[in-house]
Design a protein around this ligand. Structure first.
Ligand code: ADP
Length: 574
């Protein structure tokens, strides 16, 4: 039954009970009032008539006067119409007869006295009869009243009990399920979807419970399917991250560690559980590597962990969502293998170039002897061949020299001899070394280097080598009969800039960023022109080792300007 119908039925039942109670009360009250009326009408009035007749009879002993006759006549007639009890009719008839006789015997006092006596007896008899009827009817009315009181009390009590139980139970019947529903909804709002309502009734609450249970079941299924796929994805990503040889550390925007893979925990020297969820700067206080990772911009790192030395490059990737940075991922890429191969290559190059230097020098020496005609005359053709061999030997020597320099830089064995030098010295050395080459190509060297410039703090040999390299390239890539400008000037307050400007073929913009990379040669350059592709890379290392900067500006077809800066001497650096 629906709640609506239950409510209807309950209230109707209460209403019916109340109605029944009222009906019963009205019924018995009516009955009692009927009884009272009957007593009044039937018996009390008869007693009254008899009393009136008795008064008239007892008013005198002689003959009846007119007034007495009228009183008796009137009351007797009324009595004759008000006979209600058994035997009353007979007594009333006798009274009529005695009265009629009394009227006829008015002149006989003895007879009159006897008749009066008889009448009194009859009056008394009728009164007695009605009095007994009154008593009897009164008893019946009292019994009816008692019965009515009992019945009304019983129905009233029953009504009260029903109403009381209704009042006690009904609010709970409506409120309890709502309360329980509210509790479950609160749990659901906390994502606790294992909520079921046990409403077994067949009413609206039963339907509500079923609908709620379906909803939570669906939510639970959805949550679990989502959770399961998220957990699966998480597991997969964790497995991938853990199987990597690189160290990976994830930080949130407040620098708390979200995850650290196995390699990261080995390198840091702390188990994964001691890292995850911790505030990274707190751990960094006592952990050098983490401190370096968080603070240093250092790209390449040598780390001793797990009983061996390994090389890593650090890369930091900001993680953002909706254009807001929500954390960082630090990746330490393991480049040990590459580093070992590179070291082997560098050592190999260093050894080979060192070993080649001696035989090449000896070739040059022998050529010198041949050219000087010390061991006999050489004809023109032989001289030409000797010159070619000499040029090749020179190039070989230059290449081996560059390779050796590069190996020195890479192995960290680069030795710099700093000193105070006037820029003019560097310029003079370089120009002297290239005079012939420039003359051969008819390239004019325009030099601008003021005597008034301050001394620079530099390694004279290495810096001269760099300038020679830049000038060699400038001449090499210049057109014949053009000019190369070598300008030395003050740059900022405490720096001197050396710049070499040519008006040759220039360099395409897209190659400019790679021009200082090792072994890089601009594609399309003729093999005659290009060398090892190491010159500019070594020049960069030499200049940066002296705290200077090196750069290039170029326009294809217009020429290039290579420049480097050095610190002036005496600004605190020794
Ligand atoms: P290389 O020994 O090949 O000259 P470098 O490192 O000195 O090696 O130069 C690298 C490359 O840069 C060269 O191969 C050349 O293509 C380009 N380059 C260097 N200087 C100039 C210049 N002044 N004009 C045009 N190209 C240049």
């Amino acid at each position: 039954m629906t709640i609506k119908n239950k409510l209807r039925a309950g209230i109707s039942f209460l209403f019916l009970l109340a109605l029944l109670c009222c009906g019963l009360s009205i019924f018995y009250l009516t009955r009692l009032s009927g009884d009272a009326k009957n007593i009044l009408k039937d018996n009390y009035k008869t007693v009254q008539y008899m009393k009136n007749i008795a008064v008239a009879i007892d008013a005198g002993t002689g003959s009846l006067n007119k007034e007495q006759v009228n009183l008796i006549e009137d009351n007797l007639v009324k009595q004759e119409h008000n006979v209600t009890e058994r035997g009353e009719q007979r007594l009333t008839d006798s009274l009529r007869s005695k009265y009629e006789q009394l009227k006829l015997q008015q002149n006989n006092p003895e007879k009159t006295a006897l008749l009066r006596n008889d009448i009194r007896h009859l009056l008394y008899g009728i009164m007695q009869l009605n009095m007994s009827a009154i008593d009897r009817k009164n008893a019946v009315a009292t019994a009816t009243a008692n019965k009515a009181t009992l019945l009304v009390a019983f129905v009233g009590s029953f009504l009260f009990l029903v109403a009381f139980s209704f009042v006690v139970n009904f609010p709970g019947y409506i409120a309890n399920p709502i309360k329980e529903l509210t509790e479950r909804i609160k749990e659901v709002s906390k994502r606790n979807y294992h909520q079921q309502l046990d409403f077994k009734s067949n009413d609206e609450f039963g339907e509500l419970g079923q609908a709620f249970n379906n909803m939570t079941r669906k939510l639970d299924e959805y949550e679990h399917s989502n959770l399961a796929s998220i957990l699966f994805e998480k597991k997969r990503i964790e497995t991938i991250i853990n199987s990597m040889h690189d160290a990976i550390i994830g930080l949130d925007e407040k620098s708390f560690i979200i995850f650290a893979n196995k390699v990261a925990s080995i390198l840091i020297g702390l188990p994964e559980q001691s890292l995850t969820g911790k505030y990274a700067p707190d751990i960094a206080l006592e952990n050098d590597l983490l401190r370096n990772l968080l603070v240093n911009d250092q790209h390449k790192m040598k780390i001793y962990a797990d009983n061996r030395e390994s090389y890593y490059t650090k890369e930091v990737f900001p993680v953002s969502s909706n254009e807001k940075v929500i954390g960082n991922v630090i990746i330490l890429k393991n480049i040990t293998e590459y580093q070992q191969l590179n070291d082997a290559k560098t050592n190999f190059i260093a050894t080979i170039s060192h070993e080649l230097k001696t035989p090449i020098s000896s070739i040059k020496m022998s050529l010198k002897l041949l050219e000087d005609n010390r061991i006999g005359e050489v004809n023109t053709e032989q001289r030409q061949l000797l010159e070619n061999i000499d040029e090749d030997a020179r190039r070989l020597l230059q290449i081996t020299g560059e390779l050796l320099d590069m190996a020195q830089v890479e192995t960290g064995k680069l030795q710099l001899n700093f000193g105070s030098t006037h820029p003019k010295n560097i310029v003079d050395y370089a120009v002297k070394a290239l005079k012939t080459t420039a003359d051969q190509k008819q390239v004019a060297l325009n030099i601008k280097c003021d005597e008034s410039l301050p001394d620079v703090r530099a390694d004279l040999d290495k810096t001269t080598w760099v300038l020679i390299n830049l000038l060699t390239n400038a001449i090499k890539y210049s057109h014949e009969k053009s000019a190369v400008d070598l300008i030395v000037k003050k740059y900022k307050t405490d720096e001197i800039e050396f710049s070499v400007q040519d008006h040759g073929q220039g360099i395409d913009q897209k190659y400019l960023s790679r021009i200082f990379d090792r072994y890089f040669k601009v594609p399309g350059s003729s093999t005659e022109q290009t060398g090892t592709g190491l010159g500019l890379a070594i020049a960069k290392d030499f200049i940066e080792a002296q705290a200077g900067k090196i750069g290039v500006e170029s326009e294809l077809g217009e020429g290039s300007r290579f420049y480097f800066t050095l610190k002036r001497f005496g600004n605190g650096l020794v």
